[in-house]
Write a protein that binds this ligand. Structure first.
Ligand code: SAH
Ligand code: SF4
Length: 365
């Protein structure tokens, strides 16, 4: 199933086009204007995976589309299911050979997608598999949208719909600011997939100028900030970008965001045993967040190949949460879903690249 040739790099990824650009494109082919709406509906309203399925388009137009465009910018190269069946992870290859991951999580009536915004990441957080691999490139709007539509089509076949999208896959969404926000505009468009803007979460490592810019846009889509440490000394160690924008500046930006939008901000905290999971750290975090419109997500660390840290024990997690509570700071302990399939950020790609490297013929010495 996964051996079909991928699209040519010259093919237009139709998911890269917003509606006005699709209209222009169709007009440049001397097609009637209404064809743009028909194609749009096959992309987003009754999404199909091939031009052949666009049954209200004349055959010559379908063939022409087949020649010049693609809906399949993502070539699935590996698919894994967690033992409980609730998490599915796809590794996709892009036309230039880059690999990105998308994760689907099914829980009760929620169907959440975890989407990538970059191939690799430039931020170098030490505990993160994507950070450990470095930065390759930004994803285009269409490559971000295509991840969502791939799963939208699958879910539709099961008579289900995507309920939530989190931009917590590979990459730093606010480093790829314009493409990320355009992708959000696309999947929230009312004449398309029509996902609620509040049902999407942008997770950021804390790029201060980008958070301020985002605040000024006063959008409905909430932000999660990956804090992970309450002192600069500790955060510098885990998250190199903290040296550029230290905690005080980040907290100011978060306050500004809350002021501008009136929306609660999520604070992400990966609990690493003996590193950032002590009651002392919880107290510092409590001081930092006291009185702010925030909620803390506590996530026991997902171990990665390039970092020796271990997840916190249950009692430490409980003690950490209790201490936050004493400061009136609400928190939830999140279970990292799909650990058995390396569903943590960047981990599947890591394994794939390693096994490909092992398949290379050994050079004799
Ligand atoms: N770049 C963005 C979004 C992608 S990472 C960000 O950093 O927020 C999504 C979340 O996964 C972040 O909160 C990140 O800190 C966290 N994360 C990365 N590696 C992890 C690991 N090994 N264990 C637990 N959480 C991890
Ligand atoms: Fe990049 Fe986020 Fe990983 Fe840090 S945690 S390296 S910002 S993807």
């Amino acid at each position: 199933m996964y051996n079909a040739p991928g699209p040519k790099m010259t093919d237009t990824n139709l998911y890269d086009l917003d509606f006005p650009r699709l209209q222009e494109w169709v007009a440049s082919w001397d097609e009637p204007a209404y064809r743009a709406r028909q194609i749009w509906n096959w992309l987003y309203v009754n999404p199909v995976a091939s031009f052949d399925e666009m049954t209200n388009l004349p055959q010559p137009l379908r063939e022409r589309l087949q020649e010049a465009a693609t809906l399949d910018v993502l070539k699935p190269v590996s698919e894994m299911h967690s033992a409980d069946g609730q998490t599915t992870k796809l590794l996709f290859e892009l036309p230039d050979g880059q690999l990105v991951e998308t994760v689907r999580m099914d829980y009760q009536n929620r169907h959440t997608l975890c989407v990538s915004t970059q191939a690799g990441c430039a931020m170098g957080c030490v505990f993160c598999a994507t950070g450990q691999m470095g930065f390759f490139r930004h994803l285009t709007v269409g490559e971000i949208v295509a991840q969502v539509m791939f799963f939208a089509r699958r879910l539709a076949a099961e008579e289900l719909r995507i309920t939530n999208v989190v931009l917590m896959g590979m990459g730093e969404p606010l480093h790829n600011y314009d493409n990320t926000l355009q992708a959000i505009d696309r999947i929230t468009a009312q004449d398309g997939l029509n996902l609620g803007a509040r049902k999407i979460t942008i997770s950021t490592v804390g790029l201060v100028p980008a958070i301020r810019r985002y605040a000024d846009e006063r959008r409905q889509t909430p932000l999660a900030v990956s804090l992970h440490a309450a002192t600069d000394e500790e955060r510098d160690r885990l998250i190199p970008i903290n040296r550029r924008w230290p905690i005080a500046e980040l907290m100011d930006a978060i306050r500004y965001l809350i002021d501008q939008t009136g929306r609660r901000v999520t604070i992400e905290w990966a609990l690493i045993a003996g590193e950032n999971d002590t009651v002392e750290q919880a107290r510092k975090l409590g001081h930092l967040l006291q009185g702010m419109l925030v909620h803390v997500n506590l996530i026991p660390l997902n171990p990665t190949a390039g970092y020796g840290g271990r997840p916190s024990s249950r009692p430490s997690v409980q003690a950490f949460q209790d201490e936050l509570e004493r400061h009136g700071v609400s928190s939830t302990v999140r279970v990292r879903r799909g650990i058995d399939i390396q569903a943590g950020c960047g981990q599947l790609r890591d394994r794939m690249v390693q096994s490909r490297a092992q398949q290379q013929p050994a050079t004799p010495d």
